[in-house]
Design a protein around this ligand. Structure first.
Ligand SMILES: *Cc1c(COP(=O)(O)O)cnc(C)c1O
Length: 351
């Protein structure tokens, strides 16, 4: 068990003092009562399915998420994509021009962008050559203004998961918040950290419906943390941050979990097939890194040349060669079988 961390002490003073905006739907919550007339929100009363403001706390969606993820509704926060969730966490805990965060490149670019937008110093500590965090180097960077450590596991763009023992050591030894971004967890053999949330009051887990759940277009980010952290996020979020259509669409997708699961297993088997085909048949591919995600990071002879050649075949991949440790690397998302086949044929033709 972790030594006591007082989340309250980590919150910015001005945020702790905030009195959240109280929306009409906050003032009178019991919308399930029949035969009520709602004249409180200046909405247009003519029904069209979206003329009313959405539920600010997404209660029906949270109920479903709670059931699927086996975690209490009070430990769930839902954002307009995980990008909004990450930004709200930074804004709640980091004082501009004073505090700092730690990120572990090569990793998801939004952490650094969010830090810059909020005038927060981003201390970058490179992963090692196996794309694992270097605990000693990370701990050395921590000072009294370090509020958040960002871990992305499985990591984007490297595709691998961080070793559980390393993550645990970091969570145990850092007195600030540790965010584990599990955007790709559904494609991984590793366990989510969700089951251990209660053991670590400074742990925040972020997931998304954008990848495995195939809902990138509706922008739903899921966040799990202690009640104290969830309460802070609720107090600073835009009142109606998740729109009505997104809530409805997410709910209907979560009712079809079997369909989601079958897509995930198909993508995992396609990932394995793609890896095998490319490992044997393409001479300019120098390395295909192990992947716990729905993409492959591959090292080629000349990433920019190969990227442009693939474009001429009508195939767009991501050139990550400018990222540290990713020299001449392309990141390739796993598509449906026909798309992967087109990629395989193109790469073999380019020999
Ligand atoms: C794709 C991705 C996300 C998802 O962001 P959304 O805003 O929820 O679409 C989050 N983190 C990482 C590492 C990602 O690659």
């Amino acid at each position: 068990m972790k030594p006591k961390i007082n989340i309250n002490n980590l919150i910015r003073d001005n945020i702790r003092a905030i009195k959240p905006y109280s929306s009409a739907r906050d003032d009178f919550k019991d919308v399930s009562t029949n035969d009520m007339v709602f004249l409180d929100a200046n909405e247009n009363p003519f029904e069209n399915g979206v003329n009313r403001y959405p539920d600010p706390l997404q209660k029906n969606l949270k109920k479903l998420v709670s059931k699927i993820k086996k975690i209490g509704e009070e430990s769930i926060f839902i954002g307009n994509g995980s990008d909004e969730v990450l930004d709200l966490i930074v804004r709640a805990f980091c004082v501009p021009s004073k505090d700092n965060i730690i990120t572990l490149p090569p990793t998801y670019g939004m952490y650094g962008v969010i830090a810059e937008i909020n005038a927060i110093e981003n201390r970058k500590v490179l992963l090692n050559n196996d794309f694992q965090p270097e605990v000693k180097n990370i701990l050395e960077q921590i000072d009294s203004n370090t509020k958040i450590l960002f871990l992305c596991s499985p990591n984007n763009p490297t595709g691998n998961s961080f070793e559980a023992s390393i993550v645990e050591e970091l969570v145990q030894n850092f007195e600030g918040l540790v965010i584990i971004d599990e955007a790709y967890i559904d494609f991984s053999n590793e366990q989510s950290w969700l089951s251990r949330l209660e053991m670590f009051p400074n742990l925040i887990i972020v997931q998304t419906l954008s990848k495995a759940y195939a809902l990138a277009g509706i922008r739903i980010g899921l966040c799990y943390a202690s009640k104290e952290i969830i309460t802070v996020l609720n107090s600073i979020k835009p009142p109606y941050n998740v729109n009505e259509l997104s809530q409805q669409k997410a709910i209907s997708r979560l009712h079809q979990i079997a369909g989601v699961e079958s897509e995930i297993s198909e993508l995992i088997s396609e990932r394995k097939r793609l890896k095998k085909e490319l490992e044997s048949g393409v001479s300019f591919i120098e390395k295909i890194y192990p992947s716990d995600s729905n993409f492959l990071l591959i090292k080629v002879d000349d990433a920019t040349t190969r990227y442009n050649q693939l474009i001429s075949y009508g195939i767009v991949v991501r050139n990550r060669s400018l990222e540290p440790l990713c020299n001449n690397c392309l990141r390739i998302s796993v598509g449906v079988s026909e798309e992967n086949q087109r990629l395989i044929i193109a790469l073999k033709a380019l020999q």
